[in-house]
Design a binder for this molecule. Structure first.
Ligand code: COA
Length: 261
């Protein structure tokens, strides 16, 4: 697929996808949704990648859904609107379920669906001047499609308060509620992302993917179920080629084979 609304780049083990509609603050419409979903589906089958960085061109990371597109859709039938929302949901699913770690690098406005994208990322680095908001109620709608991802990220308490007020909030509040992990001056966004990507590429390639998949399973299990599965999982990974190599390398005081010397 030739992309027109996102820019993609693969450099060694790290991919990058940038929302590229700066003139509308990277608001997403049906084309962005189709392109993002396609890109993340492609990533999922690339066994050599170790991380993907998601960011946005121009003044802001993402102003949420494109309101001109939303307005057009309001004239369509209920079924057409539902199918459209299902396609939007598939984009968030594709990011959330990406087998490799996703780092979101955000600046400027992060509103509505922009918070949805951030909620699907594993690691979020935000500029200290970012403005966040789940502002849908101000438009007479609610953050419905993004809610499974946002609520699982920030929990019901913060979701209730922020979904109802629609208030805009700072990067420090976003960090306090678990929506973002690192708040840095805008000039340090790229170096922070590079440092985190550097950490990811020194982790065992299989282990990093397994760690991500494991957390997504554990959050859906009871403690008893998780403990039972954990014993099996660690038994399997200790005896895996990567587990053996990582532990042997430590004991032999050398780098494991997956780190280029
Ligand atoms: N959908 C469609 N267009 C949008 C948009 C959106 N979600 N958000 C911004 N734009 C457009 C503006 O209409 C404007 O278009 P114009 O140049 O033709 O007038 C352009 O992007 C720039 O917006 P502007 O408000 O001038 O830029 P800014 O940098 O001062 O502010 C925002 C950026 C994102 C803070 C502001 O535009 C905003 O609050 N947007 C609404 C976001 C929102 O409510 N999202 C929830 C969607 S469910």
């Amino acid at each position: 697929m030739v992309y027109t609304t996102i820019r993609t780049q693969i450099s060694g083990p790290v991919a990058r996808v940038s929302l590229n509609r700066p003139e509308v603050r990277n608001a997403f419409n049906q084309t962005v949704i189709a392109e993002m979903t396609d890109f993340f589906a492609e990533l999922a089958v690339d066994g050599d990648l170790r991380a993907v960085v998601l960011d946005g061109e121009g003044k802001s990371f993402c102003a949420g859904a494109d309101l001109e597109w939303m307005q057009r859709m309001s004239g369509y039938t209920f079924d057409e609107n539902r199918d459209d929302a299902v396609r939007m949901s598939s984009m968030f699913e594709a990011i959330d379920r990406a087998p490799i770690p996703v780092i979101a690098k955000v600046h400027g406005a992060v509103l509505g669906g922009g918070c949805g994208l951030v909620s699907c990322a594993d690691i979020v680095v935000a500029s200290e001047s970012c403005v966040f908001g789940l502002t849908e109620v101000k438009l007479g709608i609610i953050p419905a499609v993004i809610s499974p991802f946002v609520v699982s990220k920030i929990g019901g308490s913060h979701a209730r308060a922020l979904f109802m007020t629609g208030e805009r909030f700072s990067a420090s509040r976003a960090a306090a509620i678990g929506l973002v992990h690192h708040v840095v001056p805008e000039s340090e966004l790229e170096s922070t992302v590079a440092r985190l990507a550097g950490e990811l590429v020194t982790s065992g390639p299989v282990a990093a993917r397994e760690a991500k998949r494991w957390v997504s399973m554990v959050v859906q299990m009871t403690k008893v179920e998780a403990s039972a599965h954990a014993a099996q999982k660690i038994a399997q990974l200790r005896a895996s080629p990567e587990g053996r190599e990582g532990i042997t390398a430590f004991l032999e005081k050398r780098k494991p084979s997956w780190i280029a010397s």
